[in-house]
Design a protein around this ligand. Sequence first.
Ligand code: ATP
Ligand code: ATP
Ligand code: MG
Ligand code: MG
Ligand code: MG
Ligand code: MG
Length: 261
Amino acid sequence: SKDIGRVEPDFVRSFQFENKLLPLTWVVVRIDGSHFHRFSDVHEFEKPNDEQALKLMNSCAVAVLQEFEDIHFGYGVSDEYSFVLKRESELYQRQSSKIISAIASLFTSTYVIKWGDFFPRKELKYPPSFDGRAVCYPTYKILLDYLAWRQVDCHINNQYNTCFWMLVKSGKTKTQSQDYLKGTQTREKNELLSSQFGIEYNTLPLIFRMGSSVLRSKEAVAVENGVVVSGKKLKREGEVVVDHCNIIERGFWEEHPHILS
Ligand code: ATP
Ligand code: ATP
Ligand code: MG
Ligand code: MG
Ligand code: MG
Ligand code: MG
């Protein structure tokens, strides 16, 4: 209309709301695959754990840490990744929508670009997407509680899913398997795996049981395919590496104070 030239930019801008994350708190951005139940079905992920899919997630997380210096730690399981920004970060002046969208979109585009490296014989059938949220944790202790919560979740889900899919693969229906597991405790699930399927839960790959942590190495450590190993070639200090450590135990954080504290 003829009035359009008279619009005041400051007035239009005033409708944008403040979305600044609380200063001097640890910001955790957690992204999660949208409808990955379906995505994993359509792309025929191995159940309960498709290792290649997890490794693809990890390589996207490595790309995120390489891009954003202020992100000091990442923890991933299933279709989710949590990224921890250093407490003093001023990334995007701490505007949450910018931080979340920048991380989620870099993660997603990397996922698409790297798909073929991890699934050379599988076509990517439709574009995946990830949602994201940011939460501020005011103390180091609560931040570590948050990370421990995600790893506990990884453990509980993995143990349940391992039992569930073994029952399904042994001929039970999904409903029968669900009913069978209803109300069982950790020890009972371990016994079921051991007695019926000859699986010692504690010998399953660490990547399934512990999830994946992404961090910058403090010293030159031995790394192969991005994973910390003993012996072999060295990666330089500050290199982004993937590990499958126990982050529930406070000992880990005491031994690696440079990561977050
Ligand atoms: P939403 O959009 O609400 O997140 P969702 O379908 O993604 O819905 P989630 O709770 O995020 O639900 O669960 C992700 C699902 O994706 C898992 O339950 C599992 O079925 C599947 N999945 C993700 N990663 C893997 C993997 N590496 N191997 C096998 N299945 C996986
Ligand atoms: P920021 O990360 O802060 O957004 P930016 O470099 O993306 O930084 P913008 O203000 O978003 O800065 O400007 C985008 C710039 O990208 C433009 O100034 C222009 O140089 C370039 N650009 C974007 N689209 C086109 C296009 N279609 N043709 C040519 N140049 C383009
Ligand atoms: Mg979700
Ligand atoms: Mg999801
Ligand atoms: Mg999820
Ligand atoms: Mg721009």
